[in-house]
Design a protein around this ligand. Structure first.
Ligand code: ZN
Length: 423
């Protein structure tokens, strides 16, 4: 990608007259070979730009900046605005996006003026500052907001959500390199290039909170590892990571199906034992579980038993085998038709409660018991998250024991290399 950019720059030099004069052909050739030589030998120029979806499905949002800013729409209209402590309201209307009673096009670009100025976005969840520029796009009655900024500055706003900034520096370096690899792969992935954004700001990708989520130690970790990514046989890896594996990492195939990747470690991990979720317990009322299953389209009478019928790699619960098959026996038979995977069951439960109740698919249904006349299913589990790739609590544990960021990454992503792709 970066080589391509350099070559484009050369053809730009060839075609365009500079200050009214044509550059002599030989000079172009000499200059071109110099530039081409540099492109092939140096890692590349600067941080690539990334587009992150930060807001969607909002009928209106507040917009502003910490200094003067410019608004431009898809039809070429431009407006300049001075700093104001109050945000302007952008509203989706049938004729376009309305700002202060004036209707603009259905796509608006907001650019702060001045290098240290930040864009402000207000929603019902509060007001946040963002580096880079913003695109607001209307789709039907809703607005979607995309933040465009250099990948390195995006990482400043990511790491704190993924790992505590107070973790040892080597675990922060490892996290920065993994998060950069994950995002850089999204930029380079051909299937994402046609979309308006590369990734979203939620747990579906990497949690990103803009400028409010930055931290000096995180910034240092990003700067110290600038441009470094993880590769396997020259290609960027799928740098999956999760909070705590509970003692055993799992293959991506056992969690999501499809392809397996040789560079993702599958095996025991003792480094994450200090995680508060290394062991956990959770209980649910039998009647509530029945209701959840019923509402999700699974007919269920009174449930007598929840039974784990298969686990990843045929490992037991204590060996770290995640649930790959789960049945429940109830008044009226056995459900579902096909065993549900631990991942599916976990998603069903967590979506219902809107929070991470069942922390991982590494669980066991210990018993059905009664307390004050109410029946409960008691679950015991280990770890938090999907268990694929780097275990963040494990990375922290390794760094506390003196392992370097390279050793941490080598442990969780074996046979890989760390390469500097730009700067
Ligand atoms: Zn672990």
């Amino acid at each position: 990608m970066n080589q391509g950019k350099c070559i484009n720059n050369i053809s730009f030099l060839k075609d365009k007259p500079v200050a009214g004069k044509r550059i002599p052909g030989k000079l172009i050739l000499l200059f071109s070979s110099l530039v081409l030589g540099l492109c092939l030998t140096l890692p590349a120029e600067s941080s690539p730009l990334i587009q992150v979806k930060i807001v969607e499905q909002e009928e209106s949002i507040g917009i502003g900046a910490t200094g003067p800013y410019q608004i431009e729409d898809s039809e070429g209209r431009v407006g300049s605005f001075p700093f104001s402590p109050s945000l302007k309201v952008m509203q989706a209307t049938p004729s376009g996006i309305k700002i202060d009673g004036v209707t603009w096009g259905k796509k608006i670009f907001v650019k702060p003026q001045g290098s240290d100025s930040l864009v402000l976005i207000g929603t019902l969840r509060g007001k946040r500052r963002y580096r880079g520029s913003i695109t607001v796009e209307q789709e039907d009655n809703y607005l979607r907001v995309i933040n465009q900024l250099p990948l390195e500055e995006y990482l400043y706003g990511v790491i704190k959500w993924e790992i505590s900034p107070n973790s040892p520096m080597d675990s922060l370096y490892a996290q920065a390199i993994a998060a950069r690899t994950y995002a850089f792969k999204k930029i380079e992935e051909p299937s994402y290039q046609e979309q308006l954004h590369h990734l979203s700001a939620t747990v579906n990708d990497q949690v990103y909170g803009g400028f409010e989520s930055e931290d000096p130690r995180v910034q240092e970790a990003v700067d110290m590892t600038g441009g470094k990514v993880i590769t396997y046989q020259g290609d960027l890896i799928n740098a999956f990571y999760h909070s705590c594996c509970g003692g055993h990492t799992v293959s991506s195939k056992d969690v999501w199906g499809g392809e397996d990747f040789p560079y993702l470690r599958v095996g025991p991990d003792k480094f994450c034992e200090k995680s508060p979720h290394y062991y956990w317990e959770w209980e649910i009322r039998r009647s509530e579980l029945r209701r959840i299953l019923f509402e999700k389209g699974f007919p269920a009478g009174i449930i007598y038993r929840l039974r784990v019928v298969s686990r990843a790699q045929n490992l037991s619960f204590t060996e770290g085998g995640r649930v790959t098959g789960l049945f429940w026996e109830h008044q009226g038979g056995k459900s579902p038709g096909q065993p549900m995977t631990g991942k599916e069951f976990r998603e069903l439960i967590n979506k219902w409660f809107g929070t991470d109740k069942l922390r991982s698919a590494l669980f066991d249904v210990v018993k059905l018991y009664s307390r004050e006349g109410i029946s409960y299913f008691l679950f015991q589990g280990r770890g938090s998250g999907h268990g694929v790739g780097m275990c963040q609590w494990g990375a922290k544990g390794m760094a506390e024991q003196g392992y370097s960021s390279e050793e941490i990454l080598q442990f969780y992503y074996p046979e890989t290399r760390i390469e500097k792709r730009y700067w």
